[in-house]
Design a protein around this ligand. Structure first.
Ligand SMILES: Cc1ncc(COP(=O)(O)O)c(C=O)c1O
Length: 443
């Protein structure tokens, strides 16, 4: 099918509002196939993908080992019975997720002798889900069961997904407004501290909220990805850990975007050494299958969830899908084998330096760059300081037509985000920034 035929069919038969279609045909392209860091469209044009398709293709699109694992599993057992008759891969993946999170963190901190016995000896327990938002909702359910307290403290600019549970903690009015009348409204928002100097005030506000609402959890992204690559200032996660401990609440980290090497470590919380009570994972977990997970410290999970009496109180038809589990195990092996965490850390520094070096008197916008590993953002503002939203979209479209796939992020869509496959090369990153600098100066 041609691009036009596909878009015409979608216009006719997919609900409005899902796809943004530019009347002049300049957006979107239709993806035909993808491999490694490249995508080909329906017209056979080749693109360099700087998004990893929302961060999913961390080990490259259609990584051969991941594809083989999925194909083998499809031919063996395509579907099992989530909470009734399980399959072995779900058990193996739960074990691996425990190892890569709480067990590894316990060992690392035991070396530093800075942790409680609980953390040092911890293992993890998992609830498998399908989409990222469901992992967040599983964590929110865990928090209310474990603490007996309603509510969650979240941050302005946060994005935790759009299901009716997660939406209570997703901040942007664009997503919440139309459904507000049907929301539980159990989220309390505090300002995202842009810099260290804001920490004191934010801590005071959180303390006030804990006193007023007896809230059971704090939910936070170590980097607000969809919020525009907003990086938590140093010291903030340790502060949240302290506040949760003081007020008997759980610390939930949403690492759905930042997990699996994206920021230069397996998980972004490792930059600060903070161990959460629960961590939400998705996206890059499988490299391309809708499987997500809420992983909690085993004692927290056991305090929350009673043994099953025959009917699980939280489950779903596709829970722990065998193909997703097979792919996730292969994806984690690939991230290790290809040393993608270290690669992400190294290339992230190169990317940030290159983005910061875009200086040209012809630039029409004032640009500022930030990054941690291969999660980077270039924010565009006009001379008067207002967000350069239209200009950002213009640049992204111009880049698309030069063969580079990028996305705008942030509440005003004025941050160009970079979350490429972690397999990208330095030369490809340099070529991207070179093209971007030209577009910023000329378009
Ligand atoms: C940090 C974070 N949490 C949750 C989600 C929701 O995941 P999903 O779209 O798979 O439901 C996203 C999606 O972008 C995300 O970035």
């Amino acid at each position: 099918m041609t691009t036009k035929q596909t878009l015409d069919l979608l216009r006719a038969h997919e609900s409005r509002n899902v796809l943004f279609l530019e009347p002049d045909g300049s957006w979107p392209i239709v993806w035909e196939r993808a491999r490694g860091v490249h995508v080909w469209d329906a017209e056979g044009r080749k693109y360099l993908d700087l998004t990893a398709a929302f961060g999913v293709a961390a080990a490259g699109h259609a990584n051969p080992c991941v594809v083989r694992a999925g194909q083998r599993q499809m031919a063996t057992l395509l579907h099992a019975m989530g909470d009734v008759h399980p399959h072995a891969l779900k058990a193996r993946l739960a074990r691996e997720l425990s190892r890569i999170t709480f067990e590894r963190w316990g060992r690392a901190r035991a070396k530093g002798k800075r942790q409680t016995a609980k953390v040092a000896a911890a293992t993890g327990k998992v609830i498998f889900c399908n989409s990222g938002f469901e992992a967040v909702e599983a964590a929110l359910k865990t928090a209310v069961l474990a603490t007996g307290r309603r509510g969650v403290i979240a941050f302005e600019g946060a994005y935790h997904g759009l299901g009716y549970g997660a939406l209570n903690a997703t901040h942007r009015e664009h997503f919440r407004g139309p459904f507000r009348s049907q929301l539980g409204e159990f989220g309390h928002f505090v300002r995202f501290p842009g810099e260290r100097s804001a920490l004191k005030e934010v801590a005071q506000n959180i303390t006030k909220l804990f006193r007023r609402h007896k809230t059971g959890a704090i939910l936070v992204e170590p980097i607000q990805a969809r919020g525009g690559c907003n990086i938590l200032p140093t010291g903030f996660l340790p502060l949240l850990r302290k506040l949760c401990d003081r007020h008997g609440a759980l610390l939930i980290l949403d690492e759905i975007y930042t997990g699996f090497g994206r920021t230069g470590k397996w998980f972004a919380c490792e930059h600060s050494g903070v161990v959460p009570d629960l961590i939400c994972l998705g996206k890059a977990l499988t490299g391309g299958f809708p499987l997500s997970a809420c992983v909690g410290r085993a004692d927290v999970m056991d305090a929350a969830w009673p043994p099953s009496s025959g009917e699980a109180i939280h489950t779903s038809t596709f829970l722990g899908h065998p193909v997703g589990c097979a792919m996730a195990l292969a994806q984690m092996e690939e991230i290790k084998r290809l040393k993608l965490c270290a690669r992400s850390a190294r290339l992230g520094k190169v990317l940030l330096a290159k983005l910061r070096s875009i200086q040209n008197s012809k630039l029409k916008t004032q640009n500022s760059a930030r990054a941690l590993g291969l999660m980077a953002g270039l924010e565009l503002r006009r001379a008067d300081g207002s967000p350069a939203s239209a200009e950002t979209m213009h640049v992204i479209k111009a880049m698309l037509h030069r063969g580079f796939i990028l996305l705008p992020e942030g509440a005003h869509g004025n941050v160009i985000s970079f979350t490429p496959p972690l397999t990208i090369t330095e030369a490809q990153l340099r070529a991207t920034v070179k093209a971007l600098a030209e577009v910023l100066a000329t378009d």
